[in-house]
Design a protein around this ligand. Structure first.
Ligand code: ALL
Length: 322
């Protein structure tokens, strides 16, 4: 959290509109009483091999230790960003263990809706963090899962604008997306496109490297071959930015092809300080699950809660890291 203090991040959240939780139209079935005593909450994340999620897990565990009288926590994740089957199975396992609520960063915006609906029918409260579930699909099946997370389009726009400032107009740029059915990858793409369009930078290639470092490395190597004039690679997360950086270095183009990412993991912060990566976005991963857990506790205690809560996202550059 380079740019914003933890307190400021939390305060930034508290000014948002609060709408009442409506029993019967949410994930808590009709007539189900609010949870009594100390609830168990399951945090279900994506790849724990990604520092973004290990930081999130650490933040949640610290919070639980400080609030041990209020709730118990089970922390879960998957090993590969693409393992939707394992994440769906985790949802079912948590329901079978009888947790009161699931706070989930879904690996896919559609594929996780059905397993979550099954859990909700068993009486679990569902809170969606980080990557928004498809609102249309949620509406169709009548599952209410409030979303707690940043405006990814706005975050990407900030990073894209910083990149545009560092390039000459007309510079060729390529983009690596995450899993294309993830809402936050789609939103980041839109934010980066907005920035490039406004600055007049042609996006000569857009392809998915599925959030992962190795595919991003391969994709960047081919992009550098196919587009010798390429001046920048935009990555929709930092894991991919690290893969792109390795490819740029091995092509002998360090410093000639700029790279930006999203997440502000420590390896990317180091690369920004070293002048190897230009910018990223800090979406305060260490706080994100805590915001979601806070929402779950409010729901479980039957308190009025916001429908959705927007969390902060900040531009990180060499300047802001000093
Ligand atoms: C997104 C997160 C992070 C992460 C990516 C891959 O949902 O916001 O950007 O790096 O998923 O798991």
């Amino acid at each position: 959290m380079a740019h914003l203090t933890r307190r400021a991040a939390v305060a930034g959240l508290s000014g948002l509109t609060i709408a009442p939780w409506l029993p019967g139209c949410g994930s808590k079935p009709d007539g189900m009483p609010a949870q009594q005593g100390k609830p168990r909450i399951a945090l279900v994340m994506k790849s724990l091999a990604n520092e973004f999620f290990s930081t999130m897990a650490a933040g949640a565990k610290r919070h639980q230790a400080d609030h041990a009288d209020e709730y118990d926590l089970i922390v879960n994740g998957i090993q590969d960003e693409r393992d939707l089957t394992r994440q769906s199975a985790l949802v079912a396992e948590m329901a079978a263990q009888g947790v009161a609520a699931i706070v989930i960063a879904p690996a896919d915006s559609r594929a996780l809706v059905t397993p979550l609906q099954r859990a909700a029918k068993q009486g679990l409260t569902i809170v969606n963090i980080d990557n928004r579930l498809d609102t249309e699909v949620l509406k169709q099946i009548g599952l209410q899962a409030p979303f707690v997370g940043p405006d990814n389009r706005a975050g990407a726009r900030k990073v894209g604008d910083a990149l545009a400032k560092a390039l000459k107009p007309g510079s060729q740029v390529a983009m690596l997306e995450g899993i294309v059915t993830s809402f936050n990858s789609q939103q980041r793409r839109l934010g980066f496109e907005d920035a490039m369009k406004t600055a007049g930078m042609p996006l000569v290639a857009i392809q998915s490297a599925q959030w992962e470092t190795a595919p991003a490395n391969q994709a960047t190597a081919s992009l550098l071959n196919a587009h010798p004039e390429l001046k920048a690679v935009i990555c929709c997360n930092d894991s991919m930015a690290l893969g792109a950086l390795a490819a740029v270095k091995s092509a002998g183009k360090a410093g000639q092809v700029l790279i930006v990412g999203f997440d502000s993991i420590s390896a990317v912060q180091a690369a920004i300080r070293a002048g190897e990566i230009l910018a990223t976005a800090d979406q305060h991963g260490d706080q994100l699950a805590i915001f979601g857990i806070g929402m779950a506790l409010e729901l479980l205690h039957g308190k009025a809660t916001p429908a959705d809560r927007e969390t902060p996202v900040n531009l990180i550059t060499r300047e802001s890291l000093q």
